[in-house]
Design a protein around this ligand. Structure first.
Ligand SMILES: O=C(O)CCC(=O)C(=O)O
Ligand SMILES: [Fe+2]
Length: 414
């Protein structure tokens, strides 16, 4: 028995979207009117709805892309390799590469940062093949990453029929929105209250979810049969909103091109914060033996004779290692998290001295919750964070400054 999936043909207003989907943390499929202005629809797709491979090769063929081989599992993911986009397309055109799936392609970012547009033209957006729909513009991750890093969470996916993305939850329980420029996808979505049904049997060491929901060994995943996923087919031009913390799997039923963003804002901030805490704990457990080693090898003479803070040395080192591993594993650590929060709050309050705007267009106030809601959400996370081991905060001097800036912003917002 599958749950019914909500669909809406007309694009919801921001207020409707906020109340019915963001705050309720419920998925929805939105009809093609949401993205009818996208240039990609006519540039990338022929009138008969087939993909214009020649255009794609000419426009983007020299891009290096990550290609997942959907027939080869690699732990909880698929084997991946780098290729030139034109070589992948040639494979498909010759009837090969049916299991190759181009994933996580930062095409918008690549085009924006390698632009040679003459001054006067839109140098930041030389090939505006799409624009972010208004209801998804309150996006703290892409605003921060576009301003301060070489990275972002804006992707293009291209794959043949049969390619798929195994069961997963998006990074730190971020939201996703995903639009089919062409093709049909099937989605399996599991609400967060079913997450416990997806794990392999055994203790904590088996915190591993099923890989492919179409083929689950009930001996290893004895609770999986009790899960009731929402299963939905997404057609051309349709957009799916995947809420925070919903595990999902995706299969391309035909050749597909999709554009998707991972994103977060004040509404799912508590969920992101909790998953950051959980990640730090998980890494600490995994590195328990490193902790033992560090503490045992700390020389008492060096720590307690002259220093007023005995043992701080090895603990600092330990926290730095944990934060480093957290960042390598998932791309963020506490410093990134709080810098992102400060940046978003500063932008929401028009404090451009504390925020830099570059590739991400400014989000108007009417496309975000009230300032009061935003500051209360941030304050709740701050209040919890300062209860964590003080070393974690004191270790990175800039972290204290970032938190002080956030408190000062919250105070002036009142
Ligand atoms: O389209 C896919 O294959 C995966 C998309 C996805 O996982 C997402 O949008 O979060
Ligand atoms: Fe995902």
């Amino acid at each position: 028995m599958y749950l019914r999936y909500p669909r809406t043909d007309a694009a919801p207003s921001y207020t409707e979207f906020l109340n019915e989907y963001l705050l309720a943390n419920k998925p929805v499929i939105i009809g093609p009117s949401l993205i009818s202005s996208w240039a990609a629809l006519s540039r990338w797709v022929n009138e008969d709805l087939s993909i214009d491979w020649e255009y794609l090769k000419t426009a983007y063929g020299s891009c290096e892309v990550t290609v997942a081989d959907c027939s080869t599992r690699d732990f909880s993911d698929q084997k991946r390799e780098k290729m030139l986009f034109r070589d992948v397309v040639s494979l498909w055109q010759s009837g090969n590469g049916q299991s190759s799936y181009v994933k996580d392609w930062h095409l918008a970012r690549t085009l924006a940062t390698t632009s040679s547009s003459p001054p006067g033209e839109d140098a930041l957006n030389p090939d505006p093949f799409y624009t972010t729909p208004d209801i998804f513009r309150d996006d703290w991750m892409n605003a921060y990453y576009s301003a301060y890093t070489e990275d972002d969470f804006r992707f293009v996916y291209v794959g043949a029929a049969g390619t798929f993305t195994p069961l997963h939850r998006d990074v730190y329980t971020s939201y996703s929105w995903s639009t089919n420029v062409c093709g049909h996808k099937r989605w399996w979505l599991f609400p967060p209250d079913q997450t416990h049904l997806l794990f392999r049997k055994g203790g904590e060491e088996h915190l591993e979810t099923a890989y492919d929901v179409r083929n689950v060994d009930s001996n290893q995943y004895p609770l999986f049969n009790l899960a009731k996923p929402t299963v939905v087919e997404q057609g051309p031009g349709e957009t799916i909103f995947v809420p925070s913390g919903w595990y999902h799997q995706v299969e391309n039923l035909t050749a597909c091109i999709s554009i998707n963003h991972n994103w977060c804002n004040s509404v799912n901030l508590p969920s992101l914060y909790d998953s950051m805490c959980a990640k730090v704990t998980e890494v600490e457990h995994a590195l328990e033996d490193v902790k033992q080693l560090l503490s045992q090898s700390a020389s008492p003479a060096a720590t307690d004779a002259t220093s007023s803070e005995p043992h701080k040395g090895w603990e600092d080192e330990w926290i730095a290692i944990v934060q480093d591993v957290v960042e390598k594993d998932a791309g963020w650590n506490w410093l990134t998290f709080w810098c992102m929060v400060r940046h978003a709050l500063a932008l929401a309050m028009d404090r451009f001295d504390l925020a830099s705007e570059t590739l991400w267009p400014h989000t108007p106030r009417e496309l975000m919750p009230s300032l009061h809601f935003i500051t209360e959400r941030i304050r709740a996370c701050c209040d919890d964070f300062v209860k964590r081991p003080q070393h974690e905060i004191a270790l990175v001097p800039t972290l204290n400054t970032v938190l002080a800036d956030i408190h000062q912003l919250i105070d002036t917002a009142e």
